[in-house]
Design a protein around this ligand. Structure first.
Ligand code: FPP
Length: 246
């Protein structure tokens, strides 16, 4: 396998990259606590890491990047923390709109946008609409997202189609069901990365992760670098994917 690396970089075969990488951006709170900072400072640092890693994914040719920015469970956090995360997302989207023609990234939002603050919901809608013309890297931002919620909504949509006579239960197969998910039409992630050391899926891409390779690192998301991404890609390339075969 040809491997390509600059001195001191982990060797990655850039001709064999996964098409779709997904990241659970975890460890922001602990990163901040370890530095005597408020948790919100960890999220602010995490937003910067996201910027760096998303650009790098685009530059090396990852076709789809999906990040977990806010889960359906994250509303349980203190109001101040929730509002800080919403504020960071707003700031990021305003900048993304500004730089859109230069960056050429397509943004898609996975999740129920209805309960979000009006301004953020409108920014997300605008960013998704105006970036739809770009066909390079697609960044999926999971916002008020839950894997179970996504599956229940897909089941409901299909049930409604059946009730209207537009579909029959026996028509449903895995491919058709996938089409009802927020990720409908894009390939499943081959690699899911979880910084922050926890070994859980946390309601992230439950359907789509069926055959994903899972990579956990103790590095917190705010400290996660391009080199950490290369390590994850190299680990992925070193694995044998059997999809239930032998
Ligand atoms: C999990 O870390 C992180 C979150 C719930 C929020 C992620 C949000 C950002 C990185 C900022 C905005 C994102 C974008 C896309 C601009 P945690 O708080 O659970 O960390 P802990 O486990 O150490 O407490």
């Amino acid at each position: 396998m040809p491997l390509f690396a600059k001195k001191e970089e982990t060797a990655v075969d850039y001709g064999q990259l996964p098409q779709h990488v997904a990241i659970i951006m975890d460890g922001n709170g602990r990163w901040a606590k370890a530095r005597g900072l408020p948790r919100t400072a960890g999220h602010a640092a995490g937003a910067e890491t996201f910027r760096t890693i998303a650009t790098y994914c685009r530059d090396i040719g990852i076709r789809y990047l999906t990040v977990y920015a806010f889960s359906t469970e994250n509303w349980k956090r203190p109001a101040e923390e929730v509002s800080a995360i919403m504020g960071l997302l707003k700031k990021y989207l305003l900048e993304a709109i500004e730089d859109m023609e230069k960056e050429k990234v397509r943004f898609v939002f996975f999740g129920d946008m209805a309960p979000l603050p009006d301004e953020l919901r409108e920014l997300a809608r605008r960013t998704q609409r105006d970036s739809a013309k770009f066909d390079g890297c697609q960044v999926n931002i999971c916002l008020n997202y839950g894997g179970r919620d996504e599956i229940v909504r897909a089941a409901r949509t299909f049930a409604a189609a059946c009730a209207m006579g537009a579909a029959k239960p026996e028509d449903l197969d895995e491919e058709r069901f996938s089409g009802y998910l927020w990720s409908g039409g894009i390939p499943d992630p081959e690699l899911i990365i979880r910084p922050g050391g926890e070994k859980r899926i946390s309601n992230f891409l439950l359907w789509q992760s069926a055959y994903a390779e899972f990579y956990v690192t103790d590095v917190s998301w705010p400290d996660f670098t391009k080199e950490d991404l290369r390590k994850a890609l190299a680990a992925y390339q070193g694995r044998q994917r059997r999809f239930g075969g032998i």
